[in-house]
Design a protein around this ligand. Structure first.
Ligand code: NAD
Length: 428
């Protein structure tokens, strides 16, 4: 290691106090393993732009309220930045910074020409009417008109934002542009420039990544079981597609609790149940278990597809799964990494496992710009090819560095973004 090479700092990043720290712990380890130059380390650890805005809204009751909104652009080295917008009471700048860098690494691994970004509004959507949500979304968009654009920064849905909100963003941006600009945002409804296959894309990507891992392990999907935490978009689609591959789904859960059935759960029936009742609550798909029990249950594969920091140093030792496929962003706290590694559990990290969503978002952007739309088979076949290539790339990097899939993913992404940055050079 030369003087100019990055060295891991004194243990300032402790545990998983916040997602930015969790991200930085892995980034630091990967930077050291791939001997990242100190200057590049300094460049890549910080976002290039962090914007905080005030969003004044006249509420339905006639009162004026002001919400805080964020947009963080981690980088735009590979191309325009890309990342979702989340509405939640606990949104803050650190969370945005972590999620924006994850997007950079995710896009680099998926081999799509985007940098990383993330945005959000600190609000409680469950307490807001449709019209208040529309006002927040439109005012948020208009405050960020100089940032957003199909060639500069392209938002998408994330927690508590949906395709209706993406339609409002597209419309607000288009009104100011005096023309319809569909490519400014992805995750739109199909009839206004959305892509076929987008709603299932992340779960489909989870299934493809799982199949790649099983192929490497030489395990037949028909011989194994799987537990899925979270039964929303990612969890339910992952469970459905994995069960179609012959894997027995023995446990599922949502925020109301979980169910275990050693004979396997009928996933299409569970999806129907949630559609009708809004959650898994009071269903009879097996014996009742808690979300904590689900993580530790007897299943070959564990797919955490709910929220961050579910697997921590407290429960990592009790995990029985041999393969963890991270459908959610950040479901494993950094302080659990070494325990899982010691137990010999293979982890397909979030920045690889759930990249199906951003890959099909990229397809949506391409189709919008072409004005030509693909059929669903076309989307799924392209997704399959790109996910498999991304898996192979990460697997090879992990092998070359004799490290985990997670660090392999970070190393590949950091190395790629650094190479492009060097080729482009530093302007100024
Ligand atoms: P969703 O809102 O559709 O579903 C979330 C599910 O998790 C729900 O079933 C909810 O009940 C459950 N849940 C919430 N809190 C829980 C808890 N404490 N314990 C157990 N279950 C809980 O969200 P989603 O789109 O499926 O996203 C899930 C995760 O995947 C998030 O981390 C998200 O950032 C990530 N992700 C989503 C996409 C996408 O395209 N939707 C893409 C990449 C990553």
């Amino acid at each position: 290691m030369t003087e100019d090479t990055y060295k891991e700092p004194a243990p300032y990043w402790k545990g998983n106090a916040n997602p930015f720290e969790s991200m930085m712990l892995r980034f630091d380890k990967a930077a050291e393993l791939c001997k990242l130059e100190q200057g590049l380390y300094n460049y890549l650890k910080q976002p290039v732009k962090q914007v905080i805005i005030s969003i004044p809204v006249l509420m339905d009751n006639g009162k004026l309220e002001v919400f805080e909104g964020y947009r963080v652009i981690h980088d735009n080295i590979l191309g325009p930045s890309k990342g979702g917008i989340r509405y939640a009471p606990d949104v803050d700048l650190d969370e945005m910074k972590a999620l924006a860098s994850w997007m950079s690494w995710k896009c680099a691994i998926a081999n799509i020409p985007f940098g990383g970004a993330k945005g959000g509004v600190k609000c409680d959507p469950s307490k807001l009417s449709q019209s208040e949500l529309e006002k927040i979304t439109r005012r948020y968009t208009s405050a960020l008109l100089e940032i957003f654009g199909p060639d500069t920064d392209i938002p998408a849905p994330d927690m508590n934002t949906n395709e209706q909100m993406m339609a409002w963003i597209m419309d607000t941006y288009s009104m100011h542009s005096r023309k319809t600009v569909t490519g400014v945002v992805t995750g739109k409804p199909l009839i206004i420039g959305g892509s076929k296959g987008r709603p299932e894309a992340t779960g489909r990507g989870v299934m493809i990544a799982t199949m790649c891992a099983l192929e490497k392990k030489g395990v037949d999907p028909r011989d194994i079981t799987c537990a899925v935490q979270g039964f929303g978009n990612v969890g339910s689609v992952s469970a459905k597609l994995l069960s179609e591959k012959g894997i027995k789904i023995v446990a599922i859960s949502d925020v109301t609790g979980g169910y275990y059935n050693k004979d396997g759960i009928d996933i299409p029936k569970a999806i129907e149940y949630v559609k009708k009742n809004g959650s898994l609550k009071d269903s009879k798909f097996g014996s009742k278990i808690t979300n904590e029990e689900l993580l530790e249950c007897d299943a070959y594969i564990l797919v955490p597809a709910a929220k961050e920091d579910q697997i921590t140093e407290k429960n990592a030792n009790n995990i029985k799964a041999r393969l963890i496929v991270e459908g959610a962003n950040g479901p494993t706290a950094a302080n659990a990494d070494s325990i899982i590694e010691r137990k010999g559990i293979m982890v397909i990290p979030d920045i690889l496992a759930n990249s199906g969503g951003v890959i099909v978002s990229y397809f949506e952007w391409v189709q919008d710009r072409l004005g030509y739309f693909w059929d669903e088979d076309d989307v799924n076949n392209r997704l399959n090819r790109m996910m498999r290539e991304a898996f192979e790339t990460v697997y090879k990097t992990a092998m070359n560095y004799n490290t985990t899939m997670r660090l392999g993913a970070y190393i590949y992404a950091i190395d790629k973004v650094s190479k492009v940055l060097k080729l482009r050079g530093i302007y100024g």
